[in-house]
Design a protein around this ligand. Structure first.
Ligand code: RTP
Ligand code: MG
Length: 138
């Protein structure tokens, strides 16, 4: 069964909508496998988003992702990686479809409430970034 790494980003934690994000993923039929609350340093955020290190928004992204606590979680289900990406909606909340998590809870392209792995390769990097084997309870 496929797994993906989802993060309720600092803006979602500040807006108190972490439960709503979890509820939506439960309602979609996915299984929660792991969850924690952490606050990243700027450097740790940079390591998580290392694939974007040459992008113009990298510094801003690292500042934002280390600006407050986040709630990383692992979800399991059939085709969960692609389905979560759909449920999240477009990166820019103003372009995201009605009913998507970013449309509902995002603020702007930088502060967009939620992260989801974009491929099995990304998930394989991102899940162990936050969770050890014994923290993954399938
Ligand atoms: P994520 O990785 O967080 O799930 O988002 P994504 O796949 O939809 O978008 P990605 O291209 O991977 O970008 C990662 C995060 O960087 C911020 N970003 N800012 N200012 C900008 O133009 C810009 N573009 C991207 C967003 O927070 C995006 O989620
Ligand atoms: Mg991405």
């Amino acid at each position: 069964m496929e797994r993906t790494l989802v993060i309720a980003k600092p803006d979602a934690v500040r807006k108190n909508v972490v439960g709503k994000i979890i509820s939506r993923l439960e309602d979609e039929g996915f299984k929660l496998v792991a969850l924690k609350k952490v606050k990243l340093t700027n450097e740790q955020a940079g390591q998580f988003y290392i694939v974007h290190k040459d992008r113009p928004f990298y510094g801003e992204l690292c500042d934002f992702m280390s600006s407050g606590p986040i709630v990383p979680m692992v979800w399991e289900g059939e085709n969960v990686i692609a389905r979560v990406r759909e449920i999240m909606g477009a990166t820019d909340p103003s372009k995201a479809a009605e009913g998507t998590l970013r449309k509902l809870y995002g603020t702007n392209v930088g502060e967009n409430a939620v992260h989801g792995s974009d491929s099995p390769e990304s998930a394989a990097y991102e899940i162990p970034f936050f969770f050890s084997g014994i923290e993954l309870v399938g």
